[in-house]
Design a protein around this ligand. Sequence first.
Ligand code: F6P
Ligand code: MN
Length: 322
Amino acid sequence: MKRLNSQLQQDGAPLELILLIRTILAGCKEISFRVSQGALAGVLGSTLSENVQGETQKKLDVISNQILKDTLRESGYVKAISSEEEDTVVPCNPDGNYLVSFDPLDGSSNTEINSLIGTIFSITHAPQWMKPDDPSAFLQPGTQMVAAGYVLYGPSTMLAMTTGRGTHLYTLDKTHGGFLVTDSNIKVPEDTAEFAINASNQRHWEEPIQQYVKDLIAGSEGPREKDYNMRWVAAMVGDIHRVLCRGGIFAYPFDKRNPKMPGKLRLLYEANPMAFLMEQAGGLADTGQGRIMEVMPEEIHQRVPTLLGSKNEVLACLSYYK
Ligand code: F6P
Ligand code: MN
């Protein structure tokens, strides 16, 4: 089986980017190990603090963030990082050529039930003019990403990654400690009969998504004329992984509850990297108003509505927004 380095070289990734990716993955391997120790190492449960977004931090959120922060700062490749668990950007090497945004442990409430969790990351170039503590350099649209991916800590530890030459799936081979390509150039099926949405928020949704989901649930008796199935892992990494592997549509739509929270998922380290992976696998990623990767961020923790997945199903959903 092909190793990570060979795949990245084949895809034309420059050496420094390969080394940076390997640094991130070294951190993820440590997270994978810490996560797998669970209750034995006393790493489950919450801390007494909240992150800048008002979410109670799990112990594993803090541990995972620290691991990635330390490895990236030591590496020298990175000028600054932004993380779900950091209020503002963390300056690293002033001569670093890259910026990394990450969600160190997505779906961390799943740690309590030994269910799917993962790390999501995206990488862009660091502008020359940028000072390491300047958040404005992170405010680039997703089209500027040079690489993005996630590591899923499931029954096996898997990596989905793209450098803009297709999306590949890798599996961590714990016997030698490296990621091996287990599925290259994956293609998300264009059609699907599976959707993922937190239906308990239904009363807060806007009209287009209300009508779309109503028609899915109406099944073969409704206008879509087929029966749909629903799945919800409650960790974006888990839901997106399923959609990448066998198709589907994943939606966390605009929500009328709080105008400051137009959707739940964060653009820089959740929506954008998943959008890049999805598009590189032939799927679509939209906010309902346009392509996710073209949204111009206004702040590093900005949230966006998300509709991602099988091409024809996302198009069907978008037709309700017209
Ligand atoms: O990071 C936010 C997140 O945990 C995602 O991973 C997941 O898709 C979503 O929130 C789950 O939301 P809810 O709590 O509404 O099920
Ligand atoms: Mn998350």
